[in-house]
Write a protein that binds this ligand. Structure first.
Ligand SMILES: *[C@@H]1O[C@H](CO)[C@@H](O)[C@H](O)[C@H]1NC(C)=O
Ligand SMILES: *[C@@H]1O[C@H](CO)[C@@H](O)[C@H](O)[C@H]1NC(C)=O
Ligand SMILES: *[C@@H]1O[C@H](CO)[C@@H](O)[C@H](O)[C@H]1NC(C)=O
Length: 235
């Protein structure tokens, strides 16, 4: 049993060291829809004799060997072999990989990364619900394109640390002041902020329950007088 565990441990170590030796850093690249993007191949002195290939989601999109382009257009890459992507669309997103092989077919350089195509965030709109007691409110931050969006909340311009969800629950007693709450949204390519909403004016305490009925008032002296005179009159 102990022996088996030991062998398993050695196997895991060996496997992970092999993976580490062959793996290349993978970059995450975020770019705006409709923009142009250059995927850098840090091969400054790319020899004309080398073979350069770029693939998108494992499909070859550019291939050049000994200066002859057999796939894609010569203008798809710059002098350093970097790939030029124009007018990014949703279909431009995905995995990109470059391979440079020298004449003896040894891979001498490369690049790999994942491209995220993100839309410019729209200006968010904050809506809120007051609870029935009027003590707390739940705010909601709506943005048209919430994909890859990070949320943040501010109260009177101060960031509320740790509040990173699209909803925010607040105690109205804790957050005094009337400059209000706003949310901001950002993705890796853009940022936008909502108008401030003021809760104090809108989340009203419900009407107070009617005051308890006053205890029955003792008859006033006037009543006695009246009654007395009535009695006297009757007499
Ligand atoms: C993208 O590149 C094309 C061609 O070089 C150019 O006409 C266009 O203005 C560029 N677009 C942006 C958003 O920079
Ligand atoms: C960019 O792509 C969009 C949609 O794919 C297209 O409608 C638009 O005309 C393109 N713009 C340019 C400058 O090519
Ligand atoms: C290709 O690269 C390998 C490793 O760097 C090297 O040994 C070989 O000589 C290179 N071949 C050419 C033609 O440069």
């Amino acid at each position: 049993m102990v022996c088996d565990d030991y062998r398993l441990f050695v196997l895991l170590l060996t496997t992970s060291s092999i993976v580490a030796a062959v793996s290349e850093e993978t970059f995450n690249v975020y770019a705006l829809l409709g923009s142009n993007l250059t995927l850098p191949l840090d091969q400054k002195l790319l020899s004309d004799r080398d073979t350069l290939r770029w693939a998108h989601n494992s499909k070859a999109i550019f291939s050049r060997s000994s200066g002859v382009v057999s796939r894609g257009m010569p203008t798809d890459v710059d002098a350093a072999g970097s790939l030029q992507l124009l007018n990014l669309s949703d279909s431009s997103a995905g995995d990109y990989k470059a391979d440079v092989h020298n004449r003896t077919r040894v891979r001498v350089n490369g690049w790999s990364g994942h491209v995220y195509v993100v839309e410019k965030v729209s200006t968010p709109v904050v809506t809120f619900l007051c609870d029935s007691s009027g003590a707390t409110a739940t705010l909601k931050c709506d943005v048209r394109n919430p994909k890859h969006v990070v949320f943040a909340w501010t109260h009177e311009g101060q960031l509320l640390t740790g509040e990173t969800k699209p909803t925010l629950s607040v105690s109205l007693a804790k957050f005094k002041g009337d400059k209000g709450f706003s949310c901001s949204v950002s993705n890796s390519a853009s940022k936008a902020q909502s108008n401030a909403v003021q809760l104090k004016l809108k989340c009203k305490q419900p009407p107070l329950p009617p005051p308890p009925l006053p205890p029955p008032t003792p008859p006033t002296p006037k009543d006695y007088c009246f009654k007395a005179s009535t009695i006297m009159a009757a007499v």
